[in-house]
Design a protein around this ligand. Structure first.
Ligand code: TRP
Length: 316
């Protein structure tokens, strides 16, 4: 066991959250801790995997219906993207719209945000870009927009809404809807229910990248929280929980063992798991019901195999 070490303030905060999760009857670690530098790299790799259909299908839907989607968003709108990352999908929209009043990327990683803004400024010299460095799950402000505009339109691709539990997703929709006036919009990517095999393959790729991504969390805890997880004693586990309508990701202990985080002992039975992520899947009807208190689904576009959907919601 590692000797106790002095953790700095953010590490202390992370330590409290992680240990609290590991003391629950069903152990868990909040999924936000996936995204250290290596985790973000692995995630990008996931989005390019053959089995991981969501990213390429969503892009394809955007490309195939771009005229209609651009029309739904409307010229002279302010596009507010939540978790903008490298803004790949946004470029598709921007390339088909000539008179957007402003683009507001909201991104938690300042480095990522500034890098993306610099390249967008080169590519779209006439576009007004108003970056916001913030955690979009907490209240944030949209900066003043110089040009006149019709509506704010929230852009939220990637089916990230599926990583919230439904009740939490509704809370989030309610909070986000407060940024909008009636008539304002939300363009959102939503992964659809489908056969178990396709779903499970997407989170159990043959190259084992998703497994690496999941296990990377433990390497991070070892490094940043002075923990002593033996990576070989844990396995990636991902399956479709049909009753709950979600993919669950876990890290399974393949032996009875004790792990320490900065001196705190955590016991694992053989086969016991740490729950690390959920990815909820919705039918079009279920999603309509989920948003219905705040938004009307104006239009939903899907691919030919009905794997994924891009939906334009209008605030009530
Ligand atoms: N929201 C996407 C999904 O659930 C991307 C994602 C979030 C993801 N966390 C993940 C993909 C963990 C693989 C593993 O599919």
């Amino acid at each position: 066991m590692n000797a106790e070490a002095e953790l700095n303030a953010p590490q202390r905060q992370m330590f409290e959250e992680v240990v609290e999760g590991l003391r629950r009857p069903q152990k868990m670690i909040p999924s936000k801790f996936f995204y250290d530098e290596r985790g973000s790299e692995l995630f990008e790799e996931i989005t390019r995997l053959d089995e991981y259909y969501p990213t390429r299908t969503e892009t394809r839907i955007l490309e195939d219906h771009i005229e209609e989607i651009a029309e739904a968003v409307g010229e002279q709108s302010v596009i507010v993207e939540l978790g903008s990352g490298n803004s790949t999908k946004t470029r598709l929209l921007l390339d088909h719209m000539s008179d957007i009043s402003a683009y507001v990327p909201v991104e938690i990683s300042e480095e990522y945000l500034m890098k993306t803004v610099r390249s967008l400024k080169d590519e779209y010299p006439d576009l007004s870009i108003k970056p916001v460095c913030a955690d979009y799950t907490k209240p944030f402000r949209i900066p003043p927009i110089a040009k006149t505009f019709e509506y704010y339109v929230i852009f939220y691709p990637g089916s990230t809404i599926g990583n919230f539990r439904p009740e939490r997703a509704q809370q989030f929709l309610k909070t986000i809807s407060r940024l909008l006036v009636p008539g304002g919009g939300m363009l959102i990517g939503v992964d659809l229910k489908k056969g178990r095999d396709t779903l499970e393959a997407a989170y159990n790729d043959a190259k084992g990248v998703t497994a690496q991504f999941n296990l990377n969390m433990l390497l991070r805890l070892n490094r940043e929280l002075n923990a002593d997880f033996q990576i070989d004693n844990f396995e990636h586990l991902a399956f479709y929980n049909e009753e709950k309508g979600r993919i669950e990701m876990h890290l399974k202990s393949n032996t009875r063992q004790e792990v320490h985080l900065n001196g705190e002992a955590i016991h694992f039975e053989e086969g016991e798991t740490i729950h690390t992520e959920n990815s909820y899947k919705y039918s079009l009807n279920e999603f309509r019901a989920l948003v219905n208190d705040w938004f009307k689904v104006e239009k939903a576009w899907t691919d030919k195999d009905d794997l994924f959907s891009m939906q334009y919601l209008v605030k009530r």
